[in-house]
Each structure stands twice: as structure tokens, then as C-alpha cells.
Design a protein around this ligand. Sequence first.
Ligand SMILES: Nc1nc2c(ncn2[C@@H]2O[C@H](COP(=O)(O)OP(=O)(O)OP(=O)(O)O)[C@@H](O)[C@H]2O)c(=O)[nH]1
Ligand SMILES: [Mg+2]
Length: 235
Amino acid sequence: MPDPTRNPTRALRLGIAGPVGTGKSSLIALLCRELRDTHRLGVITNDIYTDEDARFLRSEGVLEPERIRAVETGACPHTAIRDDVTANLSAVEDLEHDFDPLDVVLVESGGDNLTATFSPALVDAQIFVLDVAGGGDVARKGGPGIGRADLLVVNKTDLAPHVGVDVERMRADALAARDGRPVIALSRADRTSIDALTGWLDGVLTSFRAGEHSPVDPGPMAPHSHADGTVHTHA
Ligand SMILES: Nc1nc2c(ncn2[C@@H]2O[C@H](COP(=O)(O)OP(=O)(O)OP(=O)(O)O)[C@@H](O)[C@H]2O)c(=O)[nH]1
Ligand SMILES: [Mg+2]
């Protein structure tokens, strides 16, 4: 039964989170290349001090440059995607307004630790990205993104032989940590895995438009302290 309180006419907002360097910007570049002829897309990137990821995506020519906007968080990335999403939300809304109608807005989190997740107030669905170079054990270690993001991507599988990681083992660990929620072992060099990713996104988009998709909060990040002594509890 469609949920009348949701507005399926706006774009699906999809968050991409995960540790530094796991391939979030590359995954966004891949999605843009795959979908830009069939979907109307926009991208928001988050960096602490720079707009480097937005500049990377613009230089790759994956979308018109104006469709890629940067939010400089000025603080830990998770603050801007979870605690106070104002800057990101207004960037998403500006993009949706300027390019109305859009089908999907991709929001890249700045690289953070294993416990960073998006607030469901900012995104409708979220992907958590790990890579094989981070080690085969990471998927087993759990955390809200690994356990409960809408999709877990185990990225750069082409590197697995070089770093001694058994991708099937890592995938099985991830599936076990996620109670069967989806996991895709991805490489930009592996067509089958790319098709699985775009197929997953189209499935989410279809259920979003039908009013049948509800954003899930993977849960707060773990309490941690900062160099200045402040403690974030993220309740
Ligand atoms: N071998 C291989 N390398 C990849 C793949 N995807 C991304 N990379 C490389 O991984 C490195 C990091 O990729 P990015 O996309 O910048 O990672 P990121 O998560 O956006 O990084 P931050 O935003 O700095 O946290 C780059 O050198 C990419 O070229 C892949 O499928 N295979
Ligand atoms: Mg990036």
C-alpha cells in the first residue's frame, strides 16, 4: 500500500558512506556513467576542507559540471551527514530545484571511520562501501553501516589476489553480519558486478516511486572523542 505521507515525485536521495579511499567517488562516477542516459542525476560531495571529490567527478566528465556540488563540512564528515544535515539538505534541495525533475541525487560522505552513517532525514537509502584492500576481516567486524545499510559494497575485488583476500569468504562474512541484507562484491572492471549494482538501484527507485520504500536508520555511530577533548555520543 503506497504511503501517502511520502513524496515519490522528488528524487531518490542515495547516500554513499565508508572509510577513506574505499572507492566512494569512483562508485558515484561509475553509477553516473551507467545511468546518465536513462536517469536524471545530481551529485553532492562532502569533504572536510576542500571540494576535491566534486572536482574529481567534474574532471571525469561524468555529468554536466553544474549537477555536481560540494559541501565543505569543516568538521568530521559524520557531523554533516548525521548530526546536523542542514548544509547537505539545502544543497540537495537546491540541486533538485535547479534541475527539476531529478531521478536520483547521490550524496557522498567524506571518508570516515567504520561507524559513520547517514541520517534518514537526509537520505532515503544508503550504501556502505568497504574495499578488499582494507583486509578480509573488516566485514566481520560489524558496525551500523556494515550491518544495516541498505546495501554493502565490497569494492575493488580485482585487487583481491594482490592483497591475499578471499572475496567469497568476505562476502559470506558480510552476509552473515547483515542478516541477509544485500551485499555486492564490486569492481569497476567486472561487468556482472556493475549490472548487479545498477539493478539494485533500479529496484530501490521502483519501490521508492511506488511509495513502498521506507528509509532505515542503520543506527548511531559509536561514541568517540576528538583532539580537543569533546566527546560525541551520537545518541
Ligand atoms: N583496482 C581498483 N581500484 C579502484 C576501484 N575503485 C576505486 N579504485 C581506486 O581507489 C582509490 C580511491 O578511490 P576514491 O573513489 O577516490 O575513494 P573515496 O572513497 O571516494 O575516497 P575519499 O573520498 O578520499 O574517502 C582511487 O585510486 C581509485 O582509482 C576498483 O574497482 N578497482
Ligand atoms: Mg571520495
